[in-house]
Write a protein that binds this ligand. Structure first.
Ligand SMILES: *Cc1c(COP(=O)(O)O)cnc(C)c1O
Length: 399
């Protein structure tokens, strides 16, 4: 029998919003000045401050990270039937916008060193599909991808990089902030991201003209006429000034949130140093993550039997071994929230007919990381004592 723990009285979340106070002040300001709309000072400030924080020239505040990615795909000019290379092991919102525009995602396998797009697999994909013009690259869990290699390969093929920095605000690669690496970039302010507006997102670009286009498209594509004149399809994607108040109140706390997330990551790493698991890795020489989520991957030898169908999972408990299903179940029984690694897109029924390219035939790193990995509670408000108990719970699964 594995050890039993008394559940946490208060639920330990994977990543919940961390509010400070100024958020309320700016929301109140929107109310008091009656800018209860998709126009207002909070929006202007969010756009200005996110440009300053990332170093990117122009930004457009939108209703979500997904809408920002949609506008990015539209800016890239993806046409119906056109193939687009996409990060495979990620949230579906990275790739769905390609489909909104009629494009066809082709998934690029994951590499073990950062859990992001494998440059070797990308190179191979261009050999197979030399005409591809757009690459959607996500930085998983706040860990920057191998950007230099990916940029070099994309430049060789004249491909545009859409950077999905939804999870990685504040993370940097060789001193450049994510959200300012790609040609068109997106950040999310969804409720569980490192900076949140409860919802919201932002598109970033170096081109003033591109930003102006997105501003127009996201507000129903009105032409400058006295009446509602339209030449293009429009969208209602603009951020609300109330939501922007929350984001504005949060932005000064980005550094503090990252410091806390980093401390959580390091406490797990130290706590698990004698266990047969490793933390989600990053390239410490070239990048600084924002440590949004702390994850582990179980050594192959320490994996018990685990079977995952389309909607259910099972495992066979074994001495000295465990698996994500057992650990997540044990955490849930203790009132703590973990999560499986994003199930790779090429394994999703929705995308099972799409292409998938790995660094060599038969390889599938993403499926392997999905099978052996999981996200641990990474909430900024978790105390050290609570985290120590999480560590003990995880350890107990391997007894
Ligand atoms: C959260 C997220 C998105 C989507 O952002 P929303 O604001 O929720 O629409 C896109 N990509 C990744 C990798 C994400 O984690």
């Amino acid at each position: 029998m594995k050890k039993h723990f008394a559940p946490f009285e208060k639920k330990i979340w994977l990543a919940s919003p961390t509010m400070h106070g100024p958020e309320m002040k700016y929301m109140q300001e929107a109310f008091d000045t009656n800018w209860m709309s998709t126009v207002g000072e909070n929006i202007n400030q969010v756009e200005k401050q996110v440009c300053e924080l990332t170093g990117c020239g122009y930004s457009v505040a939108l209703s979500s990270g997904t809408s920002a990615l949609h506008m990015a795909v539209k800016l890239a000019g993806v046409k119906a039937g056109e193939k687009v290379f996409c990060t495979d092991m990620t949230f579906s919102a990275t790739v769905n916008p390609v489909v909104y525009e009629g494009g066809e995602p082709v998934f690029i396998d994951t590499e073990y060193d950062t859990w992001n797009m494998d440059p070797q697999a990308l190179e191979r994909a261009f050999e197979m599909y030399p005409d591809v013009k757009t690459v959607v690259l996500a930085h998983l869990y706040g860990t920057p991808a191998r950007f230099d290699e990916i940029r070099r390969i994309c430049d060789e093929h004249n491909a545009v990089i859409i950077e999905d920095a939804a999870e990685s605000m504040g993370a940097s690669y060789r001193g450049v902030q994510t959200g300012n690496l790609g040609d068109i970039n997106a950040i999310s302010f969804n409720g569980n991201k490192i900076i949140t507006g409860s919802s919201g997102g932002i598109l970033l670009t170096k081109s003033e003209e591109a930003a102006a286009k997105v501003r127009k498209w996201s507000t129903q594509s009105r032409e400058p006429a006295p009446w509602y004149q339209h030449e293009e399809v429009g969208y209602n994607y603009r951020m609300s000034n109330v939501i922007a108040g929350v984001v504005r109140g949060q932005l000064p706390y980005l550094k503090e949130h990252i410091a806390k997330k980093k401390a959580i990551y390091e406490r797990y790493r130290d706590g698990f140093k004698d266990l047969t698991v490793r933390m989600n890795p990053f390239d410490g020489e070239n990048s600084e993550p924002n440590y949004w989520l702390s994850c582990i991957i179980i050594d192959e030898e320490a994996m018990c039997r685990q079977e995952r169908g389309d909607l259910k999972a099972n495992y066979a408990s074994e001495r000295g071994k465990s698996c994500p299903t057992e650990i997540l179940k044990t955490l849930a029984e203790c009132n703590a929230e973990g999560r499986p690694i994003w199930k790779p897109m090429h394994m999703q029924p929705l995308y099972s007919e799409n292409g998938f390219v790995s660094s060599e035939t038969g390889r599938d790193n993403g499926a392997d990381i999905f099978r052996r990995g999981l996200c641990l509670p990474s909430d900024n408000k978790m105390t050290e004592a609570e985290q120590d108990k999480i560590i003990e719970i995880v350890k107990s699964c391997f007894i």
